[in-house]
Design a protein around this ligand. Structure first.
Ligand code: ADP
Length: 475
């Protein structure tokens, strides 16, 4: 089967969060399973671009309204990712160092999608499935079916939209509707949700199948999806949850290129201890106390706003019995609050503001516990990485966290679960962590259980192929 994945992120080319990890891994494991998977993404100014070889594949010109934009498709030459990677180069729009958060993101991702449609229109063959990821690519199913220039060729090709995060929907006002290539005017309603052009809503309406990244999140979307609740309820017949896997080649404590001390289930005690010592020395933390880490975007979804109070309460209430190490970036106020505390709680607290892939791996390996109090967590990869590295997840029972972590109080449990994203609930979870840290036997048993869990991509790949088969003629 031939699948083309279209995404704004793909690890290791460019990653801001879980979307990048998934789009870097799913096609690779689809290819390993004998399918032809390729990825198309924007050409940002990244290290990956400059450190690898590319060949020109296609050159064309598109219009964004009446703005004429030349574009080039380049292809990575040596298949080093395990799948064909194509980058869309649109000078002045996509060729920037960052992925998101520019004032003209609407124009950038609209041009990206139009360039892909224009390029695909020149193909002489058809992939079996066009698989779009999140709102940045969610207008493609609409364009395939309803834009005059593309529909004759593409309306019979299956499209899938995977929602990695429904909080962000790509809203744009109707005064930008002229960006969208000419479409039948009576299809206007497909673009709209609550008086705005809503690319994610449009993708949900137009894609042949819609998936999200865990079963619990799929259910949650019908009552909590940032305004799309009714739409999910209405479209539930074509929606399903497929739990993400993790790339066990990238995330393997035995081979991880970012670690100085490697380990497996047998050498986990020594390997983790050495890495913990390394971290504690680097950030001046007390190595004898349980080390709880937080890694992630500092935004409301992750409940990052309660973190300063959580840490203050714990550092005061559980004096010198617990250490925290934080890695993240996002809301400037939260960044400032977290950093402010660095000087006040030396030896027991450190916040590192920024994005640091290498440090994140060392933290998954060196920590005793990983905290995720998320309000919304579609799948969550951090807890799965932590588990693979023998680090006990402390998670709020929501979305994918609920589907992947069993509380240590239950049979074969290995994690700490709590119900609410509140200072009180997290404080109680930290108290539990401090207590269980004394029980070496229990810690070792939980590490063994977690590290043996199979969260690899093979299961998810099978589920996706099964889903594609329901909408193509390949069965
Ligand atoms: P989301 O996609 O909502 O941010 P996920 O749990 O699905 O959350 O994926 C987060 C990914 O991003 C993980 O690989 C995590 O290690 C990584 N990550 C998040 N913030 C940082 C950071 N500041 N530095 C390094 N890696 C980070």
């Amino acid at each position: 089967m031939e699948i083309i994945h279209i995404s704004a992120e793909c690890y290791p080319v460019a990653k801001a969060g879980g979307l990048g990890d998934v789009v870097g891994a799913l096609p690779k494991y689809q290819a390993k399973a004998g399918h032809y998977a390729k990825v198309v993404m924007p050409m940002y100014e990244t290290k990956f671009l400059h450190n690898n070889e590319f060949v020109e594949d296609f050159k064309g010109t598109i219009y964004l309204g009446n703005w004429q934009l030349p574009y080039t498709i380049i292809k990575e030459k040596n298949n080093i990712l395990g799948f064909d990677l194509y980058l869309v180069d649109i000078k002045g729009l996509l060729d920037r160092t960052g992925i998101y958060n520019y004032d003209d993101d609407t124009e950038r991702f609209m041009a990206f999608q139009i360039a892909i449609m224009d390029w695909m229109n020149h193909w002489e063959h058809f992939p079996d499935v066009v698989h779009c990821h999140d709102h940045h690519t969610a207008l493609i199913p609409f364009m395939m079916q309803h834009c005059v220039a593309y529909r004759n060729k593409w309306s019979r090709t299956a499209s899938v939209l995977t929602i990695h995060n429904a909080q962000y929907q790509g809203w744009m006002s109707w005064n930008k509707s002229h960006y969208i290539p000419n479409y039948d005017s009576w299809k206007k309603g497909l673009l709209e949700w609550n008086n705005l052009i809503n690319p994610l809503a449009c993708g949900i309406k137009c894609a042949w199948k819609v998936t999200t990244v865990s079963h619990s999140y799929m259910k949650e979307l019908s009552w909590n999806s940032n305004g799309l609740e009714q739409l999910f309820e209405y479209e539930k017949g074509k929606c399903s949850g497929i739990l993400n896997g993790i790339d066990t080649e990238v995330w393997n404590p035995q081979t991880d290129g970012f670690l100085n001390s490697h380990y497996n289930t047998k050498s986990v005690v020594v390997g983790k201890q050495r890495t913990k010592e390394e971290l504690c020395e680097k950030f001046n933390l007390d190595v004898h106390q349980p080390l709880i880490v937080f890694i992630g975007r500092l935004v409301g979804e992750k409940a990052a706003d309660i973190l300063p109070d959580v840490f203050l309460n714990c550092l005061n209430g559980l004096k010198e019995k617990v250490c925290f190490l934080i890695l993240g970036s996002g809301d400037k106020q939260i960044e400032w609050q977290l950093q402010e505390m660095n000087n006040k709680y030396k030896k027991y607290y450190h916040a590192q503001i920024g994005y640091d892939e290498a440090l994140s791996h060392t933290m998954y390996a060196g920590a005793d516990f990983l905290l995720m109090p998320s309000r919304v967590e579609p799948c969550g990869l951090n807890q799965m990485y932590a588990m693979r590295y023998g680090t006990i997840p402390m998670v709020r029972s929501t979305g994918g966290l609920q589907d992947t972590v069993i509380d240590m109080g239950e049979e074969n449990g290995y994690g700490l679960r709590f119900s609410h994203a509140t200072v009180e609930d997290v404080f109680n979870a930290v108290k539990r962590a401090v207590t269980v840290f004394e029980d070496i036997k229990k810690i070792l048993e939980m590490r063994r259980l977690m590290m043996n869990i199979d969260n690899s991509w093979e299961n998810a790949v099978e589920n996706y192929i099964h889903l594609y088969n329901t909408i193509t003629y390949n069965e």
